[in-house]
Design a protein around this ligand. Structure first.
Ligand code: PGA
Length: 249
């Protein structure tokens, strides 16, 4: 049985006070035993979040990291720094990192290698732009993103990886992929893993859907056979909404 996962990507939201309020509100809810729940605060709030969640099953993850171990990279954070504060999971390849900070499949493959060498777990994000879907190139784009960033890895390295398919046109837009569109792409992703690796790996890998997941649509999306949970942006900033999504399996 694959992991069921709901991860909240806070993006550049929640300062010290807001983090305390939101995490305290999440902490009072009981969590389903069979769902891994994660939140990704800003770097500055990681230690605080770990401290506030020390008696809770919610895991704190980072939104990004640098591929290098240390050095002249002003403004950047290394894997060792994350591990030093107790963070062992990192989101890589979010579409905002790709579009605003010029990350690409090649630079992401370096980050992935470092994260794996450091023993970290990765939530690897990818997905097509609206134009690519409209011109029916979404399968090709997703195939390229996965092949170029991940398919050079040996099969054993995949125990570190969670995939998050996030069609860019559905992120923060209120427009969600239909459950059928999500299922179709997730099944395609599994078929790529069968082709490159093995059926057993394809069956084990958790594939999350992200893009305007809300309490009102989570149940239907999570009920799809190849959807193992969600990466949640906007709705993760509200405790009631986030917990409703966590409980939507
Ligand atoms: P959204 O963001 O839920 O606000 O669409 C998802 C994401 O960016 O991971």
């Amino acid at each position: 049985m694959r992991d069921q996962i709901v991860a909240g990507n806070w993006k550049m939201n929640n300062d010290h006070r807001e983090t305390e309020i939101l995490l305290n509100a999440l902490a009072v809810h009981s969590k389903p035993k069979d769902v891994r729940v994660m939140v990704a605060p800003s770097f500055t709030q990681l230690s605080q979040s770990i401290d506030l969640l020390k008696n809770d099953s919610i895991k704190v993850v980072a939104q990004n990291m640098n591929a290098a171990a240390s050095g002249a990279y002003t403004g950047e954070v290394s894997a060792a720094m994350l591990k030093g504060v107790g963070v062992t999971t990192v989101v890589l390849g979010h579409s905002e990192r790709r579009s605003l900070y010029h990350e690409n499949n090649s630079s992401l493959s370096e980050k992935v290698k470092t994260a794996i060498a450091e023993g970290m777990e990765i939530i690897f994000c990818f997905g097509e732009q609206l134009e690519e879907r409209k011109t029916d190139r979404h399968f090709e784009v997703v195939k390229d993103q996965l092949s170029e960033a991940l398919f050079a890895l040996p099969e054993a390295a995949w125990e570190h990886i969670i995939l998050a398919y996030e069609p860019v046109w559905a992120i923060g837009t209120g427009e969600t992929a239909s459950p059928a569109q999500a299922q179709e792409m997730h099944a395609f992703i599994r078929s790529l893993i069968v082709e490159r690796y093995s059926l057993s790996l394809a069956n084990e890998i958790a594939i999350l859907y992200g893009g305007s997941v809300k309490p009102s649509n989570a149940k239907e999306i999570f009920s799809m056979e190849d959807v193992d949970g969600g990466l949640i942006g906007g709705a993760s900033l509200n405790a009631e909404d986030f917990m409703a999504i966590v409980n939507a399996f």
